[in-house]
Design a protein around this ligand. Structure first.
Ligand code: DLL
Length: 433
Protein backbone atom coordinates (compact mmCIF):
# COMPACT_ATOMS: atom_id res chain seq x y z
CA UNK A 1 0.00 0.00 0.00
CA UNK A 2 1.10 3.57 -0.66
CA UNK A 3 0.07 6.25 1.84
CA UNK A 4 -0.20 9.20 -0.54
CA UNK A 5 -0.41 7.56 -3.92
CA UNK A 6 -0.99 10.74 -5.91
CA UNK A 7 2.14 12.43 -4.57
CA UNK A 8 4.38 9.41 -4.08
CA UNK A 9 3.93 8.04 -7.59
CA UNK A 10 3.68 11.29 -9.55
CA UNK A 11 5.76 11.61 -12.72
CA UNK A 12 9.20 13.13 -12.29
CA UNK A 13 8.16 16.04 -14.46
CA UNK A 14 5.10 16.88 -12.34
CA UNK A 15 7.12 16.40 -9.19
CA UNK A 16 9.80 18.80 -10.39
CA UNK A 17 7.18 21.41 -11.25
CA UNK A 18 5.74 21.07 -7.77
CA UNK A 19 9.20 21.30 -6.21
CA UNK A 20 9.99 24.47 -8.14
CA UNK A 21 6.80 26.18 -6.96
CA UNK A 22 7.49 25.21 -3.39
CA UNK A 23 11.15 26.22 -3.61
CA UNK A 24 10.24 29.67 -4.93
CA UNK A 25 7.77 30.13 -2.10
CA UNK A 26 10.25 28.94 0.53
CA UNK A 27 13.06 31.20 -0.70
CA UNK A 28 10.74 34.21 -0.76
CA UNK A 29 9.44 33.46 2.71
CA UNK A 30 13.00 33.07 4.07
CA UNK A 31 14.18 36.27 2.35
CA UNK A 32 11.19 38.31 3.55
CA UNK A 33 10.92 37.00 7.08
CA UNK A 34 14.36 35.88 8.26
CA UNK A 35 17.13 38.49 8.55
CA UNK A 36 19.84 35.79 8.33
CA UNK A 37 18.80 34.84 4.78
CA UNK A 38 18.01 38.40 3.79
CA UNK A 39 21.49 39.59 4.71
CA UNK A 40 23.28 36.62 3.19
CA UNK A 41 21.38 36.67 -0.10
CA UNK A 42 21.54 40.46 -0.42
CA UNK A 43 25.31 40.39 0.07
CA UNK A 44 25.58 37.87 -2.78
CA UNK A 45 23.02 39.80 -4.83
CA UNK A 46 20.80 36.81 -5.28
CA UNK A 47 17.08 37.36 -4.83
CA UNK A 48 13.94 35.18 -4.72
CA UNK A 49 13.05 36.12 -8.32
CA UNK A 50 16.38 34.61 -9.47
CA UNK A 51 14.98 31.14 -8.75
CA UNK A 52 13.47 30.32 -12.14
CA UNK A 53 14.45 26.67 -12.37
CA UNK A 54 15.32 24.01 -9.80
CA UNK A 55 18.95 24.25 -10.84
CA UNK A 56 18.92 27.91 -9.78
CA UNK A 57 19.05 26.66 -6.19
CA UNK A 58 22.81 26.41 -6.83
CA UNK A 59 22.98 30.22 -6.77
CA UNK A 60 22.08 30.14 -3.09
CA UNK A 61 24.71 29.71 -0.37
CA UNK A 62 24.83 26.68 1.92
CA UNK A 63 23.83 26.83 5.56
CA UNK A 64 25.70 24.84 8.22
CA UNK A 65 25.20 23.59 11.76
CA UNK A 66 27.36 26.50 12.95
CA UNK A 67 25.04 29.02 11.26
CA UNK A 68 22.12 27.39 13.01
CA UNK A 69 23.90 27.47 16.35
CA UNK A 70 24.76 31.12 15.93
CA UNK A 71 21.08 31.85 15.44
CA UNK A 72 20.30 30.19 18.79
CA UNK A 73 17.58 29.94 19.88
CA UNK A 74 14.96 31.37 17.52
CA UNK A 75 16.98 33.42 15.00
CA UNK A 76 15.94 31.30 12.02
CA UNK A 77 12.22 31.25 12.73
CA UNK A 78 10.03 32.73 10.02
CA UNK A 79 6.97 33.14 12.25
CA UNK A 80 6.13 34.69 15.61
CA UNK A 81 6.48 32.51 18.66
CA UNK A 82 2.68 32.54 19.00
CA UNK A 83 2.54 30.36 15.88
CA UNK A 84 5.20 27.90 17.06
CA UNK A 85 3.58 24.87 18.67
CA UNK A 86 6.57 22.70 19.48
CA UNK A 87 10.31 23.03 20.00
CA UNK A 88 12.97 20.35 19.75
CA UNK A 89 16.71 20.44 19.86
CA UNK A 90 19.54 18.27 18.60
CA UNK A 91 21.02 15.53 20.72
CA UNK A 92 24.48 17.04 20.33
CA UNK A 93 25.50 19.21 23.23
CA UNK A 94 28.27 21.35 21.73
CA UNK A 95 27.94 24.82 23.19
CA UNK A 96 24.52 25.83 22.03
CA UNK A 97 22.33 23.11 20.57
CA UNK A 98 20.43 23.46 17.32
CA UNK A 99 16.79 24.34 17.88
CA UNK A 100 13.96 23.30 15.58
CA UNK A 101 10.58 25.01 15.71
CA UNK A 102 7.29 23.69 14.28
CA UNK A 103 3.97 25.33 13.55
CA UNK A 104 0.78 23.29 13.66
CA UNK A 105 1.08 22.72 9.92
CA UNK A 106 4.74 21.68 10.23
CA UNK A 107 3.79 19.03 12.78
CA UNK A 108 1.26 17.73 10.29
CA UNK A 109 3.82 17.72 7.46
CA UNK A 110 6.27 15.87 9.69
CA UNK A 111 3.58 13.30 10.57
CA UNK A 112 2.84 12.91 6.83
CA UNK A 113 6.47 11.96 6.11
CA UNK A 114 6.46 9.34 8.86
CA UNK A 115 3.03 8.07 7.81
CA UNK A 116 4.41 7.44 4.32
CA UNK A 117 7.33 5.54 5.87
CA UNK A 118 5.26 3.47 8.28
CA UNK A 119 3.06 2.48 5.35
CA UNK A 120 6.18 1.41 3.43
CA UNK A 121 6.98 -0.82 6.40
CA UNK A 122 3.48 -2.29 6.31
CA UNK A 123 2.39 -0.58 9.55
CA UNK A 124 -1.24 0.56 9.64
CA UNK A 125 -4.32 0.74 11.82
CA UNK A 126 -4.23 -2.92 12.76
CA UNK A 127 -0.81 -2.53 14.32
CA UNK A 128 0.58 -1.95 17.78
CA UNK A 129 3.75 0.12 17.49
CA UNK A 130 6.27 0.21 20.32
CA UNK A 131 8.39 3.33 20.11
CA UNK A 132 11.64 3.05 22.07
CA UNK A 133 12.97 6.42 20.90
CA UNK A 134 13.33 8.98 23.65
CA UNK A 135 10.38 11.30 24.14
CA UNK A 136 11.88 14.67 24.87
CA UNK A 137 13.99 17.15 23.02
CA UNK A 138 15.19 14.35 20.69
CA UNK A 139 13.01 14.30 17.59
CA UNK A 140 12.82 10.49 17.39
CA UNK A 141 10.09 9.95 19.98
CA UNK A 142 7.54 12.56 18.97
CA UNK A 143 8.18 12.35 15.22
CA UNK A 144 7.33 8.65 15.11
CA UNK A 145 4.46 9.25 17.52
CA UNK A 146 2.72 11.79 15.27
CA UNK A 147 3.21 9.63 12.19
CA UNK A 148 1.77 6.63 13.98
CA UNK A 149 -1.35 8.62 14.88
CA UNK A 150 -1.74 9.53 11.23
CA UNK A 151 -1.72 5.92 10.02
CA UNK A 152 -3.96 4.94 12.94
CA UNK A 153 -1.66 2.44 14.63
CA UNK A 154 -1.85 2.04 18.42
CA UNK A 155 1.36 3.63 19.63
CA UNK A 156 3.11 2.57 22.83
CA UNK A 157 5.14 5.63 23.87
CA UNK A 158 7.45 3.67 26.13
CA UNK A 159 10.55 5.71 25.25
CA UNK A 160 14.12 4.47 25.82
CA UNK A 161 15.31 2.20 28.63
CA UNK A 162 13.35 -0.04 31.04
CA UNK A 163 14.50 -2.93 28.90
CA UNK A 164 12.73 -5.70 30.81
CA UNK A 165 9.48 -3.76 30.85
CA UNK A 166 9.83 -3.29 27.10
CA UNK A 167 9.99 -7.06 26.69
CA UNK A 168 7.08 -7.67 29.03
CA UNK A 169 4.97 -5.17 27.08
CA UNK A 170 5.92 -6.74 23.76
CA UNK A 171 4.66 -10.06 25.12
CA UNK A 172 1.54 -8.81 26.90
CA UNK A 173 0.34 -6.22 24.38
CA UNK A 174 1.33 -8.23 21.32
CA UNK A 175 3.48 -5.48 19.80
CA UNK A 176 3.65 -5.88 16.00
CA UNK A 177 5.97 -2.99 15.10
CA UNK A 178 9.15 -1.88 16.84
CA UNK A 179 11.10 1.35 16.49
CA UNK A 180 14.64 1.56 17.82
CA UNK A 181 18.22 2.54 17.21
CA UNK A 182 20.10 -0.54 15.94
CA UNK A 183 22.34 -0.70 19.01
CA UNK A 184 19.38 -0.58 21.41
CA UNK A 185 17.42 -3.07 19.32
CA UNK A 186 20.17 -5.67 19.52
CA UNK A 187 20.57 -5.08 23.25
CA UNK A 188 16.82 -5.49 23.72
CA UNK A 189 16.85 -8.83 21.88
CA UNK A 190 19.84 -10.08 23.83
CA UNK A 191 18.25 -9.26 27.18
CA UNK A 192 15.11 -11.11 26.07
CA UNK A 193 17.18 -14.16 25.11
CA UNK A 194 18.98 -14.01 28.48
CA UNK A 195 15.56 -14.19 30.14
CA UNK A 196 14.62 -17.23 28.09
CA UNK A 197 12.41 -15.38 25.59
CA UNK A 198 13.12 -15.79 21.90
CA UNK A 199 12.28 -12.47 20.19
CA UNK A 200 11.25 -14.50 17.12
CA UNK A 201 8.36 -15.92 19.19
CA UNK A 202 7.02 -12.42 19.80
CA UNK A 203 4.55 -10.92 17.39
CA UNK A 204 6.93 -8.47 15.67
CA UNK A 205 6.38 -8.14 11.92
CA UNK A 206 8.26 -4.92 11.09
CA UNK A 207 11.07 -2.88 12.58
CA UNK A 208 12.04 0.72 11.85
CA UNK A 209 15.55 1.61 12.86
CA UNK A 210 17.88 4.55 12.47
CA UNK A 211 19.26 7.69 14.10
CA UNK A 212 22.80 6.31 13.88
CA UNK A 213 25.09 4.56 11.43
CA UNK A 214 24.88 0.82 10.92
CA UNK A 215 26.00 -1.82 8.45
CA UNK A 216 24.20 -4.48 6.40
CA UNK A 217 25.60 -7.05 8.87
CA UNK A 218 23.79 -5.23 11.67
CA UNK A 219 20.55 -5.27 9.67
CA UNK A 220 21.01 -8.98 9.11
CA UNK A 221 21.56 -9.51 12.81
CA UNK A 222 18.45 -7.48 13.74
CA UNK A 223 16.33 -9.35 11.20
CA UNK A 224 17.64 -12.73 12.36
CA UNK A 225 17.11 -11.92 16.02
CA UNK A 226 13.51 -10.79 15.60
CA UNK A 227 12.53 -12.81 12.55
CA UNK A 228 11.15 -9.60 11.00
CA UNK A 229 12.15 -7.14 8.29
CA UNK A 230 14.06 -4.06 9.42
CA UNK A 231 13.67 -0.75 7.56
CA UNK A 232 16.11 2.13 7.67
CA UNK A 233 14.82 5.50 8.93
CA UNK A 234 16.95 8.61 8.40
CA UNK A 235 16.48 12.15 9.51
CA UNK A 236 17.91 15.09 11.36
CA UNK A 237 16.70 17.71 13.80
CA UNK A 238 17.58 20.67 11.61
CA UNK A 239 15.23 19.68 8.80
CA UNK A 240 12.41 18.36 11.04
CA UNK A 241 13.54 15.03 12.54
CA UNK A 242 13.10 11.39 11.45
CA UNK A 243 11.35 10.81 8.12
CA UNK A 244 13.73 12.57 5.72
CA UNK A 245 14.32 9.13 4.23
CA UNK A 246 12.62 5.79 4.87
CA UNK A 247 13.02 2.42 3.17
CA UNK A 248 10.15 0.74 1.39
CA UNK A 249 9.50 -2.99 1.07
CA UNK A 250 12.25 -3.22 -1.58
CA UNK A 251 14.81 -2.31 1.14
CA UNK A 252 16.91 -0.81 -1.57
CA UNK A 253 17.55 2.77 -0.53
CA UNK A 254 15.55 5.32 1.45
CA UNK A 255 12.82 7.29 -0.33
CA UNK A 256 13.04 11.00 0.30
CA UNK A 257 9.61 12.65 0.32
CA UNK A 258 10.76 15.01 -2.40
CA UNK A 259 7.75 17.29 -2.24
CA UNK A 260 8.81 18.04 1.34
CA UNK A 261 12.62 17.91 1.19
CA UNK A 262 14.75 18.84 -1.81
CA UNK A 263 17.94 16.75 -1.89
CA UNK A 264 21.28 17.55 -3.54
CA UNK A 265 24.58 15.69 -3.39
CA UNK A 266 27.76 17.75 -3.37
CA UNK A 267 31.45 17.07 -3.37
CA UNK A 268 32.30 18.01 0.24
CA UNK A 269 35.67 19.44 -0.79
CA UNK A 270 34.83 21.45 -3.90
CA UNK A 271 31.14 21.97 -3.04
CA UNK A 272 30.29 21.15 -6.65
CA UNK A 273 26.85 19.60 -7.14
CA UNK A 274 27.16 15.97 -8.26
CA UNK A 275 24.87 13.91 -10.44
CA UNK A 276 22.77 10.84 -9.60
CA UNK A 277 24.60 7.74 -8.36
CA UNK A 278 27.66 9.75 -7.36
CA UNK A 279 28.76 9.57 -3.77
CA UNK A 280 29.05 12.80 -1.82
CA UNK A 281 27.54 14.89 0.95
CA UNK A 282 23.79 15.22 1.23
CA UNK A 283 22.43 18.79 1.17
CA UNK A 284 18.78 19.30 2.07
CA UNK A 285 16.20 22.05 1.69
CA UNK A 286 12.80 22.25 3.38
CA UNK A 287 10.14 22.73 0.71
CA UNK A 288 7.16 22.71 3.02
CA UNK A 289 7.96 24.41 6.28
CA UNK A 290 6.47 27.46 7.92
CA UNK A 291 8.24 27.69 11.25
CA UNK A 292 11.88 27.32 10.26
CA UNK A 293 12.61 26.86 6.57
CA UNK A 294 16.15 25.58 6.17
CA UNK A 295 17.68 26.11 2.74
CA UNK A 296 20.67 24.11 1.47
CA UNK A 297 21.70 22.57 4.77
CA UNK A 298 25.01 20.71 4.62
CA UNK A 299 24.18 17.51 6.51
CA UNK A 300 27.79 16.19 6.32
CA UNK A 301 26.25 12.75 5.81
CA UNK A 302 27.78 10.79 2.93
CA UNK A 303 25.48 8.99 0.52
CA UNK A 304 24.35 8.92 -3.11
CA UNK A 305 20.97 9.36 -4.73
CA UNK A 306 19.16 7.51 -7.47
CA UNK A 307 16.03 8.61 -9.33
CA UNK A 308 15.44 5.28 -11.03
CA UNK A 309 11.94 4.02 -10.54
CA UNK A 310 11.70 1.73 -7.54
CA UNK A 311 10.12 -1.74 -7.59
CA UNK A 312 7.51 -0.42 -5.15
CA UNK A 313 6.18 2.01 -7.77
CA UNK A 314 7.14 5.18 -5.95
CA UNK A 315 8.89 7.79 -8.08
CA UNK A 316 10.60 9.79 -5.35
CA UNK A 317 14.40 9.53 -5.28
CA UNK A 318 16.23 7.18 -2.98
CA UNK A 319 19.42 7.74 -1.02
CA UNK A 320 21.66 4.84 -0.11
CA UNK A 321 22.44 3.93 3.48
CA UNK A 322 24.61 6.62 5.14
CA UNK A 323 28.15 5.27 5.21
CA UNK A 324 30.08 8.08 6.82
CA UNK A 325 30.41 11.76 7.54
CA UNK A 326 32.47 14.47 5.90
CA UNK A 327 33.30 15.91 9.32
CA UNK A 328 34.47 14.22 12.49
CA UNK A 329 31.15 14.03 14.31
CA UNK A 330 30.52 10.69 15.97
CA UNK A 331 27.29 9.48 17.44
CA UNK A 332 27.77 7.59 20.67
CA UNK A 333 24.67 6.12 22.30
CA UNK A 334 22.62 8.35 20.03
CA UNK A 335 24.37 11.54 21.14
CA UNK A 336 26.31 13.59 18.59
CA UNK A 337 29.82 14.37 19.74
CA UNK A 338 32.60 16.38 18.12
CA UNK A 339 36.25 15.94 19.18
CA UNK A 340 36.34 19.71 19.78
CA UNK A 341 33.94 19.21 22.71
CA UNK A 342 36.24 16.63 24.27
CA UNK A 343 39.15 18.98 23.76
CA UNK A 344 37.29 21.77 25.53
CA UNK A 345 36.39 19.45 28.41
CA UNK A 346 40.02 18.38 28.80
CA UNK A 347 41.29 21.92 28.82
CA UNK A 348 38.65 22.91 31.37
CA UNK A 349 39.77 20.08 33.61
CA UNK A 350 43.38 21.35 33.66
CA UNK A 351 46.72 19.57 34.22
CA UNK A 352 46.58 17.71 30.91
CA UNK A 353 48.30 18.24 27.61
CA UNK A 354 46.21 18.93 24.48
CA UNK A 355 47.07 15.46 23.21
CA UNK A 356 44.28 12.94 23.29
CA UNK A 357 42.70 10.10 21.43
CA UNK A 358 39.04 9.11 21.42
CA UNK A 359 38.35 5.42 21.01
CA UNK A 360 34.80 4.29 20.38
CA UNK A 361 34.00 0.60 20.61
CA UNK A 362 30.95 -1.59 20.78
CA UNK A 363 32.21 -4.57 22.81
CA UNK A 364 28.82 -6.26 22.72
CA UNK A 365 25.90 -4.18 21.65
CA UNK A 366 26.30 -0.89 23.48
CA UNK A 367 28.74 1.87 22.62
CA UNK A 368 31.70 2.58 24.89
CA UNK A 369 33.93 5.58 24.68
CA UNK A 370 37.45 5.76 26.02
CA UNK A 371 39.60 8.88 26.02
CA UNK A 372 43.34 8.55 26.31
CA UNK A 373 44.86 11.74 27.62
CA UNK A 374 48.46 12.73 28.11
CA UNK A 375 49.15 14.26 31.49
CA UNK A 376 51.75 16.90 32.08
CA UNK A 377 55.30 15.89 33.14
CA UNK A 378 54.84 17.46 36.59
CA UNK A 379 51.72 15.50 37.41
CA UNK A 380 53.24 12.31 36.06
CA UNK A 381 55.86 12.44 38.80
CA UNK A 382 53.39 13.48 41.51
CA UNK A 383 52.03 10.01 41.95
CA UNK A 384 48.90 7.94 41.95
CA UNK A 385 46.69 9.99 44.27
CA UNK A 386 47.00 13.06 42.14
CA UNK A 387 46.26 11.03 39.00
CA UNK A 388 43.06 9.59 40.44
CA UNK A 389 41.81 13.06 41.21
CA UNK A 390 42.65 14.34 37.72
CA UNK A 391 40.89 11.38 36.17
CA UNK A 392 37.74 12.11 38.12
CA UNK A 393 37.92 15.77 37.20
CA UNK A 394 38.22 14.91 33.51
CA UNK A 395 35.37 12.41 33.71
CA UNK A 396 33.08 15.07 35.18
CA UNK A 397 34.19 17.71 32.73
CA UNK A 398 33.57 15.39 29.73
CA UNK A 399 30.16 14.47 31.10
CA UNK A 400 29.26 18.14 31.58
CA UNK A 401 30.26 18.97 28.04
CA UNK A 402 28.83 15.99 26.19
CA UNK A 403 26.35 14.28 28.48
CA UNK A 404 28.27 11.03 28.00
CA UNK A 405 30.24 9.07 30.58
CA UNK A 406 33.60 8.13 29.14
CA UNK A 407 36.38 5.94 30.44
CA UNK A 408 39.44 8.14 30.96
CA UNK A 409 42.89 6.59 30.64
CA UNK A 410 45.83 8.77 31.56
CA UNK A 411 48.94 8.06 29.54
CA UNK A 412 52.56 9.14 29.82
CA UNK A 413 53.65 12.46 28.40
CA UNK A 414 54.57 12.24 24.69
CA UNK A 415 53.19 8.73 24.25
CA UNK A 416 50.33 9.50 21.84
CA UNK A 417 50.98 9.96 18.11
CA UNK A 418 51.62 13.46 16.81
CA UNK A 419 50.11 14.60 13.53
CA UNK A 420 51.31 16.73 10.71
CA UNK A 421 48.33 18.49 9.23
CA UNK A 422 44.86 17.35 10.25
CA UNK A 423 44.91 15.38 13.46
CA UNK A 424 43.08 12.10 13.62
CA UNK A 425 41.60 12.11 17.08
CA UNK A 426 38.92 9.49 16.72
CA UNK A 427 39.39 5.78 16.37
CA UNK A 428 35.98 4.31 15.70
CA UNK A 429 36.32 0.57 16.15
CA UNK A 430 32.62 -0.10 15.73
CA UNK A 431 33.17 -0.77 12.05
CA UNK A 432 30.02 0.96 10.89
CA UNK A 433 31.09 1.83 7.37
O1 DLL B 1 18.75 11.20 14.73
C1 DLL B 1 16.62 11.93 13.86
C2 DLL B 1 16.15 10.51 13.82
C3 DLL B 1 15.41 10.00 14.86
C4 DLL B 1 16.42 9.70 12.71
C5 DLL B 1 14.96 8.71 14.83
C6 DLL B 1 15.96 8.40 12.65
C7 DLL B 1 15.21 7.89 13.71
P1 DLL B 1 19.74 14.02 15.11
O2 DLL B 1 19.86 13.58 16.52
O3 DLL B 1 19.70 15.47 14.80
O4 DLL B 1 18.41 13.45 14.49
O5 DLL B 1 20.92 13.33 14.32
C8 DLL B 1 21.03 13.43 12.93
O6 DLL B 1 22.15 11.29 12.86
O7 DLL B 1 22.87 13.76 10.39
C9 DLL B 1 23.14 11.33 10.72
O8 DLL B 1 24.51 11.61 10.89
C10 DLL B 1 22.67 10.42 11.85
N1 DLL B 1 21.60 9.53 11.39
C11 DLL B 1 20.27 9.68 11.54
N2 DLL B 1 19.60 8.64 10.99
C12 DLL B 1 20.54 7.81 10.45
C13 DLL B 1 20.49 6.58 9.72
C14 DLL B 1 18.02 12.12 14.42
N3 DLL B 1 19.36 5.94 9.45
C15 DLL B 1 22.23 12.67 12.43
N4 DLL B 1 21.67 6.06 9.30
C16 DLL B 1 22.30 12.60 10.93
C17 DLL B 1 22.85 6.67 9.57
C18 DLL B 1 21.81 8.39 10.71
N5 DLL B 1 22.95 7.82 10.26
Amino acid sequence: MIWNEEIETMSRQDLEELQLKKLQKTVKQAFDKIPYYNKKYSALEVYPEDIETLKDIEKLPFITKDDLRESYPFGLFAVDIKDIKELHSSSGTTGKPVVSGYTEKDLDTWAETIARGLTMMGIGEEDILQNTHGYGMFTGGFGVHYGSHKVGAAIIPISTGQTRRQIEIMQDFGTTGLIFTPSYGIHLAEVAIEDGIDPKDLNIKAIGFGAEMWTEEIRQKVEDLYGAKAYNIYGLTELMGPGVGIECEAQNGLHIPEDIYYPEIIDPNTQEVLGPNQKGELVLTNLEREGMPVIRFRTKDLTEITYEKCDCGRTHGRISRITGRSDDMIKVKGVAIFPSQIEKALLNAGDVEPHYMIIVTRPETLDKIEIKVEISEDIFFDGVKEMVSIKERIEKSVENETGIRAKITLVEPKSLPRFEGKAKRVIDERDLH
